[in-house]
Design a protein around this ligand. Sequence first.
Ligand code: GTP
Length: 360
Amino acid sequence: MTSERKYNEADGENEALSFDYYDDDDVFDTFTDGDCGCDEGVLGFSDPFSSEVKPRILLMGLRRSGKSSIQKVVFHKMSPNETLFLESTNKICREDVSNSSFVSFQIWDFPGQIDFFDPTFDYEMIFRGTGALIFVIDSQDDYVEALSRLHLTVTRAYKVNPDINFEVFIHKVDGLSDDHKIEKQRDIHKRANDDLADAGLERIHLSFYLTSIYDHSIFEAFSKVVQKLIPQLPTLENLLNIFISNSGIEKAFLFDVVSKIYIATDSSPVDMQTYELCCDMIDVVIDISCIYGLTGDEAGTPYDKESMAIIHLNNTTVMYLKEVTKFLALVCFLREESFERKGLVVTCRCIFSLGYRVSV
Ligand SMILES: Nc1nc2c(ncn2[C@@H]2O[C@H](COP(=O)(O)OP(=O)(O)OP(=O)(O)O)[C@@H](O)[C@H]2O)c(=O)[nH]1
């Protein structure tokens, strides 16, 4: 028998710190009409009795909209093509993502076909502990039904917990031209907000992202969702701003190496190409380390204190990657002429190490 956390409503104010435990038969078994499509052992609570409270991210949307694929590609390194063989999820799958003290949350993947407003289903308990609700809309399908489900979900969730961040992934945009993508986003944005306005709920804010598992857009969107749940974000951004203003560095990211989610960057805008280059650099570092860094039967990891890489691009830009902690990497862009002042990078690494220690 597994255990599930439940909010202790009596504790009122600070709900995020008021978990207690109970056997989960009553809530979740309502939806277990078959085997979970999730790997037992990988998914579920890694430490159900830990007192640590993690923000909860819900993945919701109609059947086949791409929820499980998103989770598998971002957090399990599944290749996008393999998602073609994913079976439909038929019960709620929960996963702990605890790569570092910053990137630490639970993802709950909901089956598309369930009626989570079934009276036997304690949706209040679920929404009360939620930090972000990602609603996935298949942009290649007719989205009228998805929009009405989005409206229902958001309004119910908001009533229970107005602090939830509502994130709408307009998904599978890989099949669409750029013009078509923008047109879809505008249409979905307008209809969803009109529905809320008609219900007198224009104060509910929805954020929209164009996503696909076939490019980096899904990682970028997830980065933004996760960043909103990191209380240390303003401090990290500040540190990165100080960092770049005191060095020749033009752009700096703090990456979670495992998921390739960037948990913070300086306040200059991020463009997709820069983000993609960072992801590629992380892949290169890990791949090269796996091939040449691990010897024989050594049980080491391909990413450790020694991990660092420098890549000279052919446009006089240099990319610099350095391990900050076991799970975090600092990835910077700088001009070749500034690169000689590499000592600054090392200094700033100390600042980040300090920032990390302070946060735990
Ligand atoms: N073209 C394209 N197909 C995608 C994308 N993401 C997911 N898919 C496909 O969409 C189909 C459904 O994906 P799932 O992840 O199983 O969808 P789901 O929302 O979890 O479905 P249920 O478990 O039934 O609720 C699969 O064939 C995926 O390969 C995407 O970004 N682009």
